[in-house]
Each structure stands twice: as C-alpha cells, then as structure tokens.
Design a protein around this ligand. Structure first.
Ligand code: NIG
Ligand code: FE
Length: 400
C-alpha cells in the first residue's frame, strides 16, 4: 500500500461541514494523507504520520477537485461563426444544435474520441477531476449509442440526451421521434449511461414529451436530470422536482413557484449547513456569458435554501469553455454568490448534483481528487480571473 503525504497546506478546503471552518470547512496548517487513491487522514501538520512520499504544497490553498456536473463533450466541428454573429447582436435559439448534429454524424469514432479526450484533458488541467458527459449530438440509435460508449471510456457520469432537439428528419412528426427515443434509442443507450436528460424548452421538447422520456429513462434504471428554464419560463423545473431529478440545470428563468418547488425537496436541517435539497439547481454561467443573456439569480435560490451547483455546460454552441475557475469567477461577479458559495457549488454542489458523496469533499474515505492552487486562498479563484492558478491536480491520489 503506497502512501503520499501532502503537507505545508496553507488552507485546506474540506467541504466537511461536520467540524469547524465555516461553509467550506476550511482548516489551516494541516496535512493530508493519501492511501490507495483515497484520503486516509487529515490533521495538524505536526501530527502527520510517516508516508512513502511527500508533496509540499508550499503554503498554498488545497481544495477538492472541481466536479463539473454538466458538459456536452461528444461532438464534431465548432460554431465560432455563430458565436461571432451573437456578439454582433444575433440571439441564441438553440437552432445551431442541428449544425453540430450534422458534423457529429459525419465524424468517425476516433475523431469523436479525440475531441472528448482533448476536452477532458483541458478540463483536468483546470482542476476538474469529475466530469459528467452527455450525448445529444447524434440523435440516431447508432449515433447516440456510440456517443455514450465513447463518453463512458473517460467518465462514469454519462447522460443520455437523445432528447436534445427533434432532428430535421423528424421535424414534422415529433411524436414519432419521442417514440424512437423511448424505444430503440433508450435500449441502445442505457447500458452506457447513468442518467437521462431532456432539453425541456419551447422549440425543443414540451412537458408531455419531457415527462414521457424521463419516465421511460427512469424505468430503464437511469437517474433524472433536466435542461430546464434556460431560454424562458416553462415546466421543466417543476417536472424535474416531481420526478425526483438529481438536478435541474440552467434555471435562468424561474417563477416563485419554481423556487418553492425546489425548496420543498429539502432534506435534513440546513441551519447547521448539513441539509440540502434533493433536487439541485445547477447554474451554468458560461452559457449566459456566451449567449450574452441575463445570468440566473443564484442569490434568490440560496436564500430560499436551494442547493446550488455550478458547471460549465461545455459545448460548441452556447458555452465553449471547460473552465470551472472561469465559472466560479462569473458566479461571484455576476450572480451574487460569495467566493465561498461559488467554490462550494463547483465542488460539493456538483457532487450533490450527481448524487455522489465520494467526491467534492476532502475527508477520510473520500477519493483523493484534489487541486493545489498557485495561491494562498480559494478567494483567488474569483479575485484573479483568467489567471492559470491550478498548480497541481491529483486524481485518485495520482499527480496528473
Ligand atoms: O445546454 N440547451 C441545450 N443544450 C446546450 C446547447 C447546445 C448547443 O447550442 O449546441 C446547452 O446550452
Ligand atoms: Fe447543456
């Protein structure tokens, strides 16, 4: 059994709320022992046990690796021209999804695999140690199945998004497409997926279609997540709550009833920081940045006691960033989150959105997925936007 001691940690963000240290469970002048890919011990540096190897954090901040709970990495081509047109005043409608579907269908497996790995590696260099990956640019039985097969090669968090949009060949018979998604497409996708997701939005899938697809995904053993209330108000958030979704994502246009529905999923007592909502609101500020749209109101959700996660939404249309530090900075500057709330949402919040308790925290038994910053405090992630502050990443205790 090989062990590694990370010591001279100036500030350790544990997200372990059982003890002291405020909302991030911050501990100072501590060391952390890794054994067999897991955190084995955390304690005062002077009590540190002996270990086979030592990693000197040189007084820097150490935090759990980021958990990016929403990304679309399986695609071909890009849509830089569409971005430029938006910056010149064009609105985002989601209509470009079909452009990427065409390019994705035309790509071979190795091309798709290379893109997934390139973006996964890019995210890893920016501190992301867990990343959810959706299908949704194939939209045929074979293309959705291969998208998920390729995603599953690099992540255990894979999501079937056959209901991203109705593809052009089904444009005048959307009911038939929903039948395909719930039938042969789900059967081919489910062995490679942990989750099912639907883009519930005007121009994509309505409430009845969304309910049908999420329900049949659940019957096939998949957990539920929803793209909800991104471009306008709609039924997605409340439907997600009704079906026990782990997360409803985007949440840009919320009514009071949506916020109340999310708050009603509260589990445990939030007053001591231990409670949370069973359905997490995952906010994706990269999408608002890249579509020049108003940001979601994180403060309203937090004040209502709703658990909030931050994720990148990395995709070639609405948010072509893999950077969680960028999302943290946007959330602090534009969404009225404190730096501590944003860092928590990008780590422990993402873990909650994926119903994981082994990542997003640094306590004995958790996976030794962690980030050493080139900075003395987590505050610098928002305070120094655009600066490469990720000095070292460990995944399963292994320096990357
Ligand atoms: O989450 N909203 C739907 N899907 C993606 C965008 C996909 C695209 O534009 O290619 C999103 O923003
Ligand atoms: Fe998305």
């Amino acid at each position: 059994m090989s062990s590694l001691l990370v010591d001279d940690i100036g500030e350790l963000v544990t997200n372990d709320l059982g003890g002291e240290g405020g909302p991030l469970g911050i501990r100072r002048d501590v060391a952390l022992l890794v054994e067999d890919g897991r955190v084995a011990w955390v304690g005062p540096a002077r009590d540190a046990p002996a270990a086979d190897r030592r990693l000197d954090a040189r007084g820097a901040a150490v935090l759990p690796g980021f958990v990016d709970s929403h990304a679309h990495l399986v695609f071909a081509g890009d849509r830089a021209a569409e971005f430029a047109a938006r910056m010149a005043g064009q609105p985002y409608t989601g209509g470009g999804i079909r452009t990427t579907v065409g390019a994705t269908r035309a790509a071979n497996d190795d091309e798709l695999r290379a893109t997934v790995r390139r973006l996964r590696d890019e995210a890893l260099r920016q501190g992301t140690t867990t990343i959810e990956i959706k299908s949704g640019y194939g939209l045929t039985v074979a293309d959705e199945a291969r998208s998920l097969r390729i995603a599953a090669e690099v992540s255990e968090e894979t999501t079937f998004l056959g209901a991203h949009v109705v593809p052009a060949e089904y444009a005048d018979r959307p009911d038939d497409y929903v039948g395909l998604v719930c039938g042969p497409m789900l059967a081919a996708a489910a062995p490679h997926a942990r989750w099912v997701d639907v883009f519930c939005e005007r121009g994509a899938f309505d409430a009845d279609h969304t309910r049908a697809i999420l329900t049949c995904g659940q019957a096939a053993g998949l957990g539920v997540r929803v793209h909800a209330n991104q471009l306008g108000p709609g039924p997605g958030v409340r439907l997600g709550v009704e079906l026990g979704a782990a997360s409803v994502d985007h949440c840009t246009h919320l009514t009071d009833a949506d916020v109340d529905a999310l708050a009603s999923t509260r589990v445990g007592d939030t007053s001591d920081g231990g409670g949370h909502t069973a359905t997490v609101a995952t906010l994706l500020p990269g999408a608002e940045f890249s579509t020049r749209s108003p940001y979601p109101d994180a403060r309203r959700l937090l004040d209502a006691g709703v658990t909030v996660a931050l994720a990148t939404d990395c995709n070639p249309g609405s948010s072509y960033t893999s950077s969680m530090p960028f999302c943290v900075a946007l959330a602090v500057r534009e969404m009225r989150m404190t730096p501590a709330e944003a860092v928590w949402a990008a780590t422990a919040g993402g873990a909650r959105a994926l119903r994981r308790d082994d990542v997003g925290v640094l306590r004995p038994g958790a996976r030794a997925d962690l980030v050493i910053l080139d900075a003395p405090s987590h505050l610098h992630l928002a305070y120094r936007p655009g600066v490469p502050l990720i000095r070292q990443v460990l995944r399963n205790g292994v320096p990357q």
